[in-house]
Structure formats: structure tokens, C-alpha cells
Design a protein around this ligand. Structure first.
Ligand code: GRG
Length: 296
């Protein structure tokens, strides 16, 4: 199976599992369910859950074992996009090729849809842990890693510093902090949560952490580049939004060409980090290269 086939297989199994996370017996109020599902199934690339499943499979963890954690990370990611698009944050109209959640359902319901997805993510992981007979410690660790990467030490911290630095000149170090946290930490946590399910050695954890750190940065630099050079239709969101919001980005700070080289360097370092990892790392290294060559 080639890289694209493998990617498509992961994406369709993630979509099936995400649908199954919302059973008919759950009495979620219909307007809330509609708003959550609208954004969750609007056509995301499913990068983070794919990373989680791929890293879990490196240590021989079955897809079904890792799937609740993969679904959880996609719900956490979707919540962050819904909240990030709100007028109080980035005030965006388009996401995943469709009107943003608040444009469809109103601001109040979009806030709740984000809250609902975040809580549902932890509900799905804790339901899995409390109904499991084995790997309890490993599963709890995976949930803990995702909490860390998405919360006050990770994505929320990055978003906080992004908000306070808007419109101000910032140093490359500040920008790196913002990007590593806002985008990088959840990507890294997805990889670490995946291998946590397979009882990794410290060497494996360190190698995967480094890989995550580098692809996280490569992903964000590419996102900044695509905001200038990308195609709004393919991206599913408006371009030139960083410039309009006076956001400090890699191309703005270093120029477009240097930013491209920086993203390539991050990918090289990411691939190198996996050298210390025994096993079938080909899919992950191809995914790392794909991150900077993507157009959506
Ligand atoms: C609201 C706490 C909170 C955090 C928001 C996600 C985020 C943090 C900000 C989004 C701003 C942004 C566009 C960052 C660039 C990286 C990024 C997260 C891009 C979107 O992720 P993709 O490309 O999206 O994986 P899909 O739709 O494919 O899932």
C-alpha cells in the first residue's frame, strides 16, 4: 500500500469511528449536536488522529485500541478551530471550505459546540479507560498527554501568547514559543499518546517527541506560507488573513524563501529523529515530507 492509500484508509476508519462516538442513545440536545457534527465532519485532513494511529502501530498497538484517543484528539482540534474562528479571536468566516460554526449556528452555539467537543473528547477516553480490562495505565497516560498538549501547558498557552502579542513587534523566540505551543504541542501530543499505548522506552519517547516538535514547526511554517501563496478554495479558508490581522509569521519575519528553507530543515531534522527508532517508520517520514509539500 502506498502512502496516499494508507492515508485514505486511516482517514476513513477515523471518520467511521468519529460517527460512532455520537450514539443515538446519548441525549445530546439537537442544536448542540448539529453544531458539533457540522464542524467535526466538515472535511478536516485528520492529521492528528492519523499521527496518533501511526505512532501507536509502530509499537504494535492495534488500531481499535488507539482509536478512542485518535477520535479524542480530532475533537479537541476541531474545538480549537471553532473557538479560534470566533469574532473574539480570529473572526474567520470560512473553515474547511464551509462557513465557520458561528456563521452557521451563532456565536453562543459555536462556543458551546467547542466546549461540547472538548468534553466529549475526555468522555470518550475515560469511557474507554473505565470499560477496559487491560492497558489501563497506558490509556490513562495517553489521555494525560493529550490533556497536557491541548491545555494550559500547550495549545491554550500558545493561543494566549498569540492573543497578547497581536499587533506588537515580537522576537523570533516569542514567535517560536507561540507556534510550538499553539500548533506544535497537540501534534507532538498525538504522536506521544500513540506510542504511550505501547509501553515505550525512554529512547523511543525522546525520539518521537523530537520528531513531533520538528513536524509541528514545519506544519506551522507551511501554514504561514500557504496563507500567502495558497489557494483559498483548496485550503478551505481565506488567505492573507495573517497580514490583515497583523500577525507575526515566519515569512513576515524571515521572508518567504527563507521560511521555505526553514520548513525543509525542520522536516530533515524530524526524519533524522526517527533514525533512532526501530521499526516501520516509513509512513511517518513520508507524512513529514508531505506536511511541507501540501497545498491544503
Ligand atoms: C482556541 C485554545 C484555542 C486554540 C486555537 C488551532 C488554533 C489554536 C489556532 C488555529 C490557527 C491556525 C490556523 C493555526 C495554524 C495551524 C493549524 C492548527 C491549522 C489547522 O489545522 P489543519 O490544517 O486543519 O490540520 P484541518 O481542517 O485539516 O483539520
Amino acid at each position: 500500500m502506498d502512502f496516499h492509500q494508507q492515508m485514505a484508509q486511516y482517514q476513513s476508519s477515523i471518520d467511521r469511528a468519529l460517527h460512532a462516538c455520537f450514539s443515538d442513545e446519548q441525549k445530546i440536545p439537537q442544536p448542540l449536536l448539529d453544531a458539533m457534527q457540522y464542524s467535526l465532519f466538515a472535511g478536516g485532513k485528520r492529521l492528528r488522529p492519523v499521527l496518533l494511529l501511526a505512532s501507536a502501530s509502530l509499537l504494535g498497538v492495534a488500531k481499535e485500541t488507539a482509536m478512542p484517543y485518535a477520535c479524542a484528539v480530532e475533537m479537541i482540534h476541531t474545538y480549537s478551530l471553532i473557538h479560534d474562528d470566533l469574532p473574539a479571536m480570529d473572526n474567520d468566516d470560512m473553515r474547511r471550505g464551509k462557513p465557520t460554526c458561528h456563521k452557521m449556528y451563532g456565536e453562543g452555539m459555536a462556543i458551546l459546540a467547542g466546549d461540547g467537543l472538548l468534553h466529549h473528547a475526555f468522555q470518550v477516553m475515560l469511557d474507554d479507560i473505565t470499560s477496559s480490562k487491560n492497558l489501563l495505565w497506558e490509556k490513562a497516560q495517553a489521555a494525560q498527554i493529550l490533556a497536557h498538549g491541548s491545555g494550559n501547558f500547550g495549545m491554550v498557552a500558545g493561543q494566549c501568547m498569540d492573543i497578547v502579542s497581536e499587533g506588537k513587534p515580537i522576537t523570533p523566540q516569542d514567535m517560536r514559543f507561540i507556534h510550538e505551543h499553539k500548533t506544535g504541542e497537540l501534534i507532538k501530543a498525538s504522536l506521544l499518546a500513540g506510542i504511550a499505548l505501547g509501553n515505550p522506552t525512554q529512547v523511543q519517547l525522546d525520539a518521537m517527541g523530537l520528531f513531533g516538535q520538528h513536524i509541528g514547526l514545519a506544519f506551522q511554517i507551511t501554514d504561514d506560507i500557504l496563507d500567502i501563496t495558497g489557494n483559498a478554495q483548496k485550503l478551505g479558508k481565506n488567505i492573507h488573513s495573517d497580514e490583515k490581522k497583523d500577525k507575526c509569521t515566519y515569512p513576515q519575519l524571515f521572508g518567504l524563501e527563507k521560511a521555505k528553507i526553514m520548513a525543509q530543515k525542520e522536516v530533515l531534522q524530524a526524519v533524522e529523529a526517527l533514525n533512532g527508532f526501530d521499526g516501520q517508520t516509513r509512513f511517518l517520514t513520508e507524512l513529514a515530507r508531505h506536511i511541507i509539500s501540501r497545498n491544503q
